[in-house]
Design a protein around this ligand. Structure first.
Ligand code: HEM
Length: 244
């Protein structure tokens, strides 16, 4: 009994925090990519989405500060998620070599997926920080024209493209690994486990491809608006008949 009480619960707690923050971030990014693909419907749809997040439909006027608060909250969750995840990164060259040899020898899908998750997670920490800083500091500069201008005249599209691939792949693999970890997709019999895993992987690849396709098309739409529109007079987009 005494021995049980001495068990270190910290790793389990950290694991739990990593899972919960991971699920919250995965839900956030799946919503984000869809909301922001409203540009594929029309300028007005993206404008309405922006008004919604600025609180217009609840408060009767726009409050871009809401976007800043939301972005700060997301940044805080990312920081917690990253700090907790850091303990699982190979921390020196020796560990890295062992991991690489293991991957080559085993040719194991799940080990390779884990390595991809480490690389995309590392890249994302820098890429997402730049994007979030913009959202925190210029929350009023979001909309069909303002976002498109940022993509083109501020040359943000390469960063968005890299971030899109990093975040969608990272989230896809993360959710796949969580489902396995919490035993949510297990077969009754051991002999079916391999097939189950393969099926889950196929679903994950499908969802990742779907999100990447939507994301790339949205990015292309913002860029085409950015190249077509003349931003010289700093005009903001307003639907017909709306002046503010
Ligand atoms: C509350 C926080 C966030 C807000 C308000 C926000 C808002 C936006 C907006 C308005 C765009 C369109 C381009 C622009 O205006 O610059 C965009 C694009 C993008 N954001 Fe965010 N974002 C947030 C957090 C994040 C996070 C945490 C990630 C990833 C870790 C992310 C990944 C992306 C990607 C990949 C694109 C390009 C999407 C595409 O190609 O379809 N965003 N974001």
């Amino acid at each position: 009994m005494k021995k049980l009480r001495n068990i270190n619960k910290l790793p389990a707690r950290l694991d739990f925090i990593q899972s919960v923050t991971g699920v919250v971030l995965a839900l956030f990014i799946s919503g984000h990519i869809l909301f922001e693909s409203s540009i594929l419907i029309s300028h007005d749809a993206m404008y309405a989405m922006t008004q919604f997040f600025e609180g217009y439909y609840f408060l009767g006027e726009t409050h871009p500060e809401i976007i800043s608060v939301l972005a700060l909250t997301v940044l805080a969750i990312i920081v917690v998620h990253a700090i907790v995840a850091l303990r699982k990164f190979p921390s020196n060259y020796k560990q890295y070599k062992v991991m690489k040899e293991h991957m080559v020898r085993m040719n194991h899908h799940d080990t390779s997926l884990w390595a991809i998750q480490v690389i995309t997670g590392f890249a994302m920490f820098f890429l997402a920080s730049i994007h979030l800083y913009t959202m925190i500091s210029q929350p009023e500069m979001i909309g069909p024209y303002a976002s498109s201008e940022r993509m083109v005249t501020e040359m943000m599209w390469p960063l968005y493209l890299l971030l899109l691939f990093a975040v969608v792949i990272h989230a896809g693999i993360g959710v796949y690994r969580l489902i396995l970890k919490w035993g949510l997709f297990e077969a009754d019999q051991q002999k079916f486990m391999k097939q189950r895993r393969a099926l889950l992987r196929t679903i994950m690849y499908f969802v990742v491809t779907l999100y990447l396709t939507v994301g790339v098309f949205s990015l292309m739409r913002y860029m085409s608006i950015g190249y077509e529109h003349d931003f010289a007079n700093g005009e903001r987009y307003h639907p017909q008949g709306v002046t503010k």
